[in-house]
Write a protein that binds this ligand. Sequence first.
Ligand SMILES: *[C@@H]1O[C@H](CO)[C@@H](O)[C@H](O)[C@H]1NC(C)=O
Ligand SMILES: *[C@@H]1O[C@H](CO)[C@@H](O)[C@H](O)[C@H]1NC(C)=O
Ligand SMILES: *[C@@H]1O[C@H](CO)[C@@H](O)[C@H](O)[C@H]1NC(C)=O
Ligand SMILES: *[C@@H]1O[C@H](CO)[C@@H](O)[C@H](O)[C@H]1NC(C)=O
Ligand SMILES: *[C@@H]1O[C@H](CO)[C@@H](O)[C@H](O)[C@H]1NC(C)=O
Length: 224
Amino acid sequence: MVLDQDQVKPLAPANERALSPTMVDQYAAGSFYRRRRRSVLCVGCCLSTLVIVGVVVLVLALTVFKIKDPELTLNSITIDNLNLDPLTSNSLVSVNATLRTDVSIKNPNHASFRFGNSTTNFYYEGDTVGVAYAPSGKASAQRTLRMNVTVDVLIDQVASDSRLRRDLVNGAVNLTSYTELGGRVSVLGIVKKHIDIALNCSMTMDLSLTHQDINTNDCHARVH
Ligand SMILES: *[C@@H]1O[C@H](CO)[C@@H](O)[C@H](O)[C@H]1NC(C)=O
Ligand SMILES: *[C@@H]1O[C@H](CO)[C@@H](O)[C@H](O)[C@H]1NC(C)=O
Ligand SMILES: *[C@@H]1O[C@H](CO)[C@@H](O)[C@H](O)[C@H]1NC(C)=O
Ligand SMILES: *[C@@H]1O[C@H](CO)[C@@H](O)[C@H](O)[C@H]1NC(C)=O
Ligand SMILES: *[C@@H]1O[C@H](CO)[C@@H](O)[C@H](O)[C@H]1NC(C)=O
C-alpha cells in the first residue's frame, strides 16, 4: 500500500512534468512537419516542373521537331517550242521541242528543306526522250517552292520510232516521267533527317495544246 502511495504521489508531478516534454515534442514535431511539408512542397515543385518540362518536350517533339515528308509535285507541262518536220511523210520525223515543267516542293516542316540537284527523265515506251536538270535549292519552312524546269527533247532517239511517228501524226503522245530529288531538313541543328523523294508520273501530251496540267492521280511519290 505504501509502495502504491509512493508510486501514485510522484505520478502527478511526473504527469505535470510530462507536459513540457510533450510540448517540446509537439514543437519539435511541428517544426519537423513544417520541414517535412517544405520538402514535400519542394519535391512537388520539382515533380511538376519535370512534368511541365516533359510536356513541353513532348509537344515540341510532336510539332516543331517532328520531321514530315516534303511533297514533290509535277504540276504542268508547257510546250515552248515544237517543230515536227516533216509530219506526214513516212520518213524520219525530226522533233525539236522544248518543254517547260512546273514543279513544286511543299515543305510542311518548321525548318527549311534544302535539296540538291535533281534530274527528271521523260520516257516514251520505256525509252528516254528528254532529261531535265533542276538546280539545288531551298524550300522555306511551311512554304511551297515553285520552279520552272526546261526539258530539251532528245531528237535522234525520238525520230527513229515508228509508233511515235504514228502518235505524233495523231497528235497525242503518252509519256512517263521519273524525278529523283534528295535533301535534308535540320531543325536548329538538333534533329536532322535526310529525305529522298522519287516521283513518277504518266501523262498524255496533247500536241494541239501548249499548256497541260498533270493529273496528280497519275503520279506516284515514294519517300525514304
Ligand atoms: C530547235 O528549234 C529552235 C527554235 O525554233 C532552234 O533555235 C534550234 O536551232 C532548233 N534545233 C534543232 C536541232 O533543230
Ligand atoms: C549539280 O549538277 C552540276 C552539273 O551536273 C554538277 O556540276 C554539280 O556538282 C552538282 N551539284 C551537286 C551538289 O551534286
Ligand atoms: C514559270 O513560268 C511561268 C510562265 O512563263 C511564269 O508565269 C512563272 O512565274 C514561272 N515560275 C517561276 C517560279 O519562275
Ligand atoms: C495513252 O494512255 C491512255 C491511258 O493510259 C490510253 O487510253 C491511250 O490509248 C494511250 N494513247 C496512246 C497514243 O498510246
Ligand atoms: C510509279 O511507281 C509505282 C510504284 O513504285 C509503280 O507501281 C508505277 O507503275 C510507276 N508508274 C510509272 C508511270 O512509272
